[in-house]
Design a protein. Structure first.
Length: 148
């Protein structure tokens, strides 16, 4: 075999390797980026490929607990406006004595937070601003996953 034949063979092998590497790179699993889709009022209506259900809103000044509400197991989006550093917790009440509290958020400002409820049941919100007169507003929406 001549030197020109070896060069052609090496170039063909290198081209084949490059083609295989490109196909593997192009078909690799990609990290999914969540997109918030908003309506004309700025409310989140979808997270990527998931719809967001009807909202429940709460607002107030200072520390407060909401009345109990039924939460189904699943994912939710909390949209918040906190005008002072604030702790927002979801409280599950098993009975008159036993309460389980999960802090969902420690923040200030405006934003969104996704959280999950593992067990359906009666829950209430507990909002505790760092200052006694801290204003706040919360909107909670269930996330409805599309079937795959």
């Amino acid at each position: 075999m001549s030197i020109e034949g070896l060069i052609v063979l090496a170039a063909a092998a290198l081209g084949g390797f490059a083609l295989i590497a490109f196909v593997v790179y192009a078909n690799r699993p990609r990290r999914r980026h969540r997109r918030f889709i908003r309506d004309s009022e700025g409310n989140v209506t979808a997270l990527g490929t998931s719809r967001v259900g009807e909202p429940t809103s709460l607002e107030g000044v200072g520390s407060s607990s909401s009345p109990p509400a039924l939460f189904e197991a699943g994912s939710y989006v909390l949209s918040y406006e906190l005008f002072a550093p604030t702790r927002v917790s979801l409280v599950a009440r098993a009975n008159e004595v036993d309460e389980r509290e999960e802090t969902i958020l420690l923040s200030t400002g405006v934003g969104l937070k996704e959280f999950a409820v593992e067990n359906a049941g009666q829950y209430r919100w507990r909002v505790e601003p760092n200052t006694g007169d801290g204003r706040w507003k919360l909107t909670v929406r269930p996330v409805i996953r599309r079937g795959r």
